[in-house]
Design a protein around this ligand. Sequence first.
Ligand SMILES: [Fe+2]
Ligand SMILES: [Fe+2]
Length: 446
Amino acid sequence: MNKKPPLSKSKENYPSLQKWKNKLFLMLRYSRQMNASMPIEKLLEILAKETKEILDADRCSVLLLDSEKKQLEGKIAHGINVDELFFPIDKGLAGFSAKTGKIINVKDAYKDKRFNREIDKKTNYKTKSVLCFPMKNHQEEVIGVFQALNKKEGHFNKKDEELLRILSSQAASAIENAQLYKELKKSFESFINTLVATIDARDPMTAGHSHKVTEYSVLIGKQLGISGKEMQLLEYAAILHDLGKIGVREAILTKRDSLTDEEYKQIKEHVIFTRNILNRIYFQKHLREIPLIAGSHHERIDGKGYPNALKGNAIHKLAKIITLADVFDSITNTRHYRTPMPIEKALTIIKTESNSHFEPQCVKAFMDISLDGLISVLSKDIIVKLKQQELKLFSDYTVGGFLKTIGKKYVKLSNKEKKVIERFNFYYLKGKEKDAENHKRNQRKN
Ligand SMILES: [Fe+2]
Ligand SMILES: [Fe+2]
């Protein structure tokens, strides 16, 4: 029978029971955090922080392997400007660990030939003990290195190696998941942008419309407290809202004269096409409502909209936001059939159509947007750059406050109010001039 070591002996090798309890608690917290889905940068930050604590190390860094460049990149490192932290895979203890897939435990780094002193020099640090553990993915390929520096008391022991083995295997799968998710998101967004570019290409006059509607929607959404996955849903639905225009004949889309009833009917069908096309795309669970939301952007809360004449709460909350953003972008830009409206008129329309065309809460949220946010989107494609100082001036006003100001009699305006109106119109009209130029150029082309 195996005898348990006497208490006194275990005391030498193991920290106190309380310390182990603490470690266990930290490990549990660590595992929980690894399960949460979060952006990779945030994940790495937590990893490094928790590992440092669990191992009683002074510093901890997470280095990811860029196998194409054959280098390790420090994503998170305590006390170090991470921009400086990348080095070839054949350098340093971490490099050795990545290359060989082996764990490295060194008591005194300066006595080890493999140690790369440059980083210490750069960061004004004195490394003593080092523990490196290679992180491997499911295919057993090294994806990075976990590195703990300077054990607070003594040096890293076998128990620390074991702890780091557990931590890094959990970290590796969390990192792999986060990387996969990031890749997936990137490819999904490039796919969406390609779809949007095809709408833009069909009608240069409305090019940029989908992106601007998205930006206005985000501004309104933020005021309404929308965030996270719901915000992502809003953004994707907004950018795709007019996708169905792919199905409308170009001659109708770009017609300069007023439309016949039949042509107008065909234009209106674009929302049905939007919904049908999007229905064929597989969306992740939290994005499933994209077709419904995007396909409802011409509904009105008084039930006079299309395609389903839905009323009030029968319309998806996010669709109501896009509706407002869509109208605002339309009336403040040149269209084939009309010139853009003066800003006062455009804002007044939004305000007065509250409770008929638009959801009052959305109108309120729109009116609460800070004027600098609005002008940044409005003047997006003008050549003149917004001055920082003027953005500051605009930031003192909300859209609603600005509308009240332009409604005042000129003699009643303060100097600041005169200035904000004058500068706003400068940027707004500059944008409009550009619109008009594009319009003329397109007319000449046709
Ligand atoms: Fe539309
Ligand atoms: Fe639209």
